[in-house]
Ligand binder design. Structure first.
Ligand code: PEP
Ligand code: MG
Length: 692
């Protein structure tokens, strides 16, 4: 792997070595928010009252044991409710310390704790009640439509297994042999994958995995730990995790991504050591079935290999769904835990438009779906041929169609897909791609690349929007009961003016007379807008910019209701329907079961958009929509009818959205929008549009 894992780095992660024969004791953590700062502090204080070394680890966790006396090390474990903690203590104090620690954890470490449910045979993370059974062949399931398209293929179930293994081994010779056998088996499996892979890029991934398995740096570190009495599993996982963490800390985003590969092979070898079979990845394009996916999991997927995504939990506007749409992988989310019980290889038909899953469909259903998939493909091809033409309604009203991107690398394909500008640059993704906050020069270079790629088209940049479901690992935010209702977006950056000013300076410097629009996320009050505007105007005195507009995102209902006041001061509004919907309907955008109801075509959300547009137009300002609703074919005529001037969607959706605008006249759209404002549910709005 080219990068050495120094033994010091390993020791740092582990907080030292564990001598053999230390007594140990286990207990399941029941605290609702896991081992966060307050309970961890109590645990560390208790440990400090014993004169000797005490360590703890998570039994199924990848990280080695850490000192219980160190608060930061305890927090770094990230122990969650339901995970089993294993304490080990020096023999001289173990008799007193272990029972005291166990009793303290059992009592909740200063917090009221709900007892844990009785242990089921299933892995606890999946939360599967015993009555649930796999969906029957021929059955049909309704789930949340998260990314359009029809996918057909075998199910590949990917469940995070819970591995339980002893910390100490029998003897170093036996453990070494076990590890060598496991490595040989995994190497053989990967060789098979390399031979079967059609795509060069995929073969290369597996070749890298083999190189990692053969890396002498890794095996030397493992050997040292085996000699100290650790089991093959504990030694292997400790070294892999330390190497992955070191890789993640590298400045280079590409190298940092290899941490995921290391963890991937780490788990493969661990599964082999624990005798747990992991399902073989099918060689034909498959439907990936998971409990829940994170945005980075989706971003790592290879669209040539993964035909579709099906998750037990999650919501349509969760960021993972946004990434799936951007990659063009049809996806259904929130299908319920039963889908995790499907046998790997079961034939699935996934309809990402209607939110439907067919299990082992009959030949006639498959045939119909294939025809529909091909028709959709043809429709998209026709739209694609006209992607560089403007989007004019039948009566000649122009609607601007822009692209949402997360990094400069996305500009070229956005322009290629017909984008007339960038309507949302999610700058937090640039921050997330770095192990530390990128400095001003790094940011300026990145923003410059975006403007360069746009060749004079406008760029709407959103200032850093972290918090809620988008944490920054290097920017810890105090624990909150409701992070979505807490310090996020503009609230957070106004509290850290240095970071905000650095970003604004980088943006202003990058402009060079090109059209730059800056907007602030999550504004809920006039004061927040004015504070952000004043900061920008102050910096603009130092760094003049010729073509600059300042605006806000309309994501919080209070901002929409205050639009008549704000419209006098802002240059534009951009409606973030993902957040606006979640806050208007009080439904978490990623909620496992409710988010299907968080439909942006809800008349209550449309009322807020209507207020916003009317206020903006009364003052000669423009309004865009950059939430996922803008790409929904049924929403396009309603938004245009409400008077929205610009739709900003993922690059891939641009041709389809433009084609959709060309299908109706402005007056038809206006009539539709007025009817939509008068009904009581999103289903009625959808029915109205479908009836046209
Ligand atoms: C939104 O909330 O609609 C939006 C565009 O922002 P994000 O999805 O990044 O929160
Ligand atoms: Mg938002």
């Amino acid at each position: 792997m080219g990068r050495a894992t120094s033994s010091r780095a390993v020791l740092e992660v582990l907080g030292g070595e564990l001598p053999p024969d230390w007594p140990s004791a286990r207990i399941t953590l029941a605290n609702a928010h896991g081992l966060h700062a307050r309970p961890a502090k109590i645990l560390a204080q208790l440990a400090k009252s014993f004169d000797g070394d005490i360590r703890v680890r998570i039994v199924d966790g990848p990280v080695g044991a850490v000192s219980v006396k160190s608060l930061s090390k305890l927090l770094s474990l990230g122990a969650r409710r339901g995970q089993v903690l294993e304490f080990v203590a020096e023999p001289t104090i173990a008799g007193d310390a272990l029972p005291a620690l166990l009793a303290a954890v059992e009592e909740g470490l200063g917090e009221e704790v709900e007892p844990l449910p009785t242990v089921s045979a299933q892995p606890e993370a999946l939360d599967i009640a015993p009555v649930i059974s796999a969906p029957q062949a021929g059955s049909q399931l309704q789930a949340i439509a998260a990314a359009p398209g029809i996918a057909i293929g075998p199910a590949h179930i990917q469940i995070q297994q819970v591995f339980d293994y002893p910390l100490r081994g029998e003897s170093s010779a036996i453990e070494r042999q076990r590890l060598q056998d496991a490595l040989a088996d995994v190497r053989r499996d990967i060789q098979g994958l390399i031979e079967r892979s059609q795509a060069k890029a995929i073969r290369e991934i597996f070749i890298t995995h083999q190189e990692m398995l053969d890396d002498p740096e890794l095996t030397d570190e493992v050997d040292t730990r085996l000699k100290q009495g650790e089991s093959a599993e504990a030694a292997w996982m400790s070294v892999i995790e330390a190497a992955a963490k070191q890789q993640e800390s590298l400045q280079d985003a590409l190298l940092a991504e290899r941490a995921a590969d290391l963890r991937d092979i780490g788990r493969r070898v661990l599964a082999q050591l624990c005798g747990i079979e992991t399902a073989q990845e099918p060689t034909e394009p498959y439907i990936l079935v998971m409990d829940e996916v994170g945005p980075s999991d989706v971003a790592r997927l290879d669209p040539t290999r993964v035909a579709g995504i099906l998750t037990a939990r999650g919501g349509a506007t969760a960021h993972s769904a946004i990434v799936a749409r951007a990659l063009g992988i049809p996806a259904l989310v929130g299908a319920g835990p039963a889908v995790l019980l499907l046998a790997s290889g079961t034939s699935l038909l996934l309809d990402g438009q209607r939110g439907r899953l067919h299990v082992d469909p009959d030949a006639a259903t498959l045939q119909r779906a294939t025809v529909e998939r091909d028709t959709r493909e043809q429709r998209l091809q026709a739209a694609s041929a006209q992607r560089h033409e403007p989007a004019l309604t039948r009566d000649g009203h122009a609607v601007e169609v822009f692209a949402n991107i997360g990094e400069s690398a996305g500009v070229a394909s956005a322009v290629e897909q017909g984008a007339e500008g960038i309507g949302l640059l999610r700058t937090e993704l640039i921050f997330m791609a770095h192990p530390q906050a990128p400095d001003e020069a790094t940011q300026e270079a990145e923003y410059r690349r975006v403007l360069d790629g746009l060749g004079g088209r406008p760029l709407v940049v959103r200032t850093l929007d972290v918090g809620g479901d988008k944490p920054l690992p290097y920017w810890p935010i105090a624990e909150e009961e409701n992070p979505f209702l807490g310090v996020r977006g503009i609230r957070l950056t106004l509290q850290r003016p240095q970071i905000m000013e650095a970003q604004l300076r980088a943006l202003l410097r990058s402009a060079d007379n090109r059209p730059l629009r800056i907007m602030f996320p999550m504004v809920g009050s006039v004061d927040e807008w004015r504070a952000a505007r004043d900061m920008t105007e102050r910096l603009r005195l130092e760094i003049p910019v010729a073509d600059l507009q300042l605006g806000i995102m309309i994501e919080v209902p209070s901002a929409a209701l205050l639009a008549p006041v704000l419209a006098k001061e802002v240059d534009f509004f951009s409606v973030g329907t993902n957040d606006l919907t979640q806050y208007t309907l009080a439904i978490d955008r990623g909620h496992p079961t409710l988010s299907a109801q968080a439909d942006g075509l809800h008349p209550a959300v449309l009322q807020l958009i209507d207020i916003t547009v009317r206020a903006a137009h009364a003052h000669g300002k423009w309004v865009g929509v950059c939430g996922e609703l803008a790409a929904d074919p049924l929403a396009v005529p309603v938004l245009v009818g409400l008077g929205v001037d610009e739709l900003s969607v993922s690059a891939r959706s641009i041709p389809e959205v433009k084609a959709r605008v060309r299908e109706f006249s402005l007056s038809e759209a206006q009539g539709l929008a007025q009817k939509a404002l008068a009904v009581g549910s999103p289903a009625e709005v959808r029915a109205l549009v479908e009836a046209v």
